[in-house]
Design a protein around this ligand. Structure first.
Ligand code: FE2
Length: 135
């Protein structure tokens, strides 16, 4: 069983976003699997980089949708994204510098952050963007 399973209650009813959320879950699972198998620093670092870069790409799309449709809570949502991106990039840097190991605490942080964000903050724009025709 995967570390983090997609669940239909995670859906924001916007296919392009759901697909990206699924990809983020896949990267978190890949990182967890690599950690469990004691993979090399190179392998772990590469997955962490993919996760970090994809997170930025994903947030950019969400923010574009919210901005295009003048979503009222855009600024708060952007701030939430920015602080997560900052945290992940700090982890990445510390990892590259050998100051830090990928642990279950970090995995749980990533998992909890993503599921709470999808289930909470992202659900708040769902009905609004769906009504605007975003798919
Ligand atoms: Fe979001």
């Amino acid at each position: 069983m995967a570390y983090l399973e997609w669940n239909d209650s995670y859906s924001v009813k916007i296919n392009s976003i759901d697909q990206q959320h699924k990809q983020l879950i896949a990267y978190i699972n890949e990182l967890h699997e690599a950690m469990s198998q004691g993979k090399s620093k190179q392998v772990m670092g590469d997955i962490l980089a993919k996760l970090a870069n994809y997170t930025v790409e994903h947030f950019t799309l969400e923010e574009k949708y919210m901005s295009d449709h003048h979503y009222v809570d855009l600024d708060n949502h952007k701030n939430t994204h920015a602080s997560f991106v900052k945290k992940v990039s700090e982890y990445r840097q510390a990892y590259e510098e050998g100051k830090f190991l990928i642990s279950i605490e970090i995995m749980n942080f990533l998992k909890d952050w993503l599921t709470n964000h999808i289930m909470g903050t992202d659900q708040n724009y769902s009905a609004f963007l769906v009504a605007k025709g975003v798919k």
